[in-house]
Ligand binder design. Structure first.
Ligand code: MG
Length: 215
């Protein structure tokens, strides 16, 4: 294992840095229940993740303020995440968030917890009582995801860094498979187990800190 500046750490947001998936939380509370049909199509691989996000969030009703109030009440950021960031800072390991969620609640939660790291995600535009999603971090070569997490590792790879990745979902499979060390839970863990790929199972960032302290 390389130490210090040879490493770079990319993390998913929803369900990884937060306890639960905030996007799913908002859809459950504020979307027309048709979103469950869209989700079904996604899980049966009939439509891409990018298309799913677009269609699901078009069904979300509520203003920015109202949604953020709900987020404040129900979303929980892993209390160990800041200690994890301190450890990375001490070791000169850059950290970024790569997310298939939405900018408005990620920005809000990071500011609330005074977490100042870079994040890449999809953009929510509040228009006509609904939400339109745009994809500033999508890939030109693949239309599966809204945010291409794999491309967001490219600059680090070109610098010759070893990538450490943490995630819990289907959109994490692609970047995690290209990473050097993978912390996995949820659907990502199931995939890595099924495919018999090297990984470290984790519950929260306390587990990640314990592992990294041994490097
Ligand atoms: Mg996730």
């Amino acid at each position: 294992m390389q130490s210090g500046s040879g490493l770079a750490f990319a993390s998913d947001f929803d369900g990884t840095i937060t306890e639960k998936d905030v996007a799913a939380m908002l859809l459950h509370e504020f979307a027309d229940e048709k979103w469950l049909e869209v989700e079904e199509d996604f899980l049966n691989r009939k439509i891409s993740c990018r298309e799913t996000l677009k269609r699901e969030f078009e069904l979300l009703r509520g203003g920015r303020q109202q949604l953020l109030e709900y987020v404040d009440e129900h979303a929980r950021v892993d209390p160990n995440f800041k200690s994890f960031l301190s450890l990375c800072e001490k070791r000169g390991i850059p950290v970024r968030i790569v997310s298939e969620g939405l900018d408005f609640y990620i920005e809000h939660l990071l500011a609330k917890h005074e977490i100042g790291i870079e994040f890449f995600t999809n953009q929510a535009h509040f228009e006509n009582g609904g939400i339109r999603i745009s994809f500033p971090n999508s890939s030109d070569e693949c239309d599966d995801c809204g945010t291409c997490k794999l491309e967001l590792l490219k600059d680090w790879k070109e610098e010759g860094r070893s990538i450490v990745y943490a995630g819990d979902g289907l959109s994490d499979i692609c970047p995690a498979e290209s990473a050097d060390v993978v912390f996995a839970k949820g659907d990502l863990l199931s995939h890595f187990k099924k495919e018999e790929l090297d990984h470290i199972e984790f519950k929260d960032f306390r587990d990640i800190i314990s592992e990294m302290e041994r490097w």
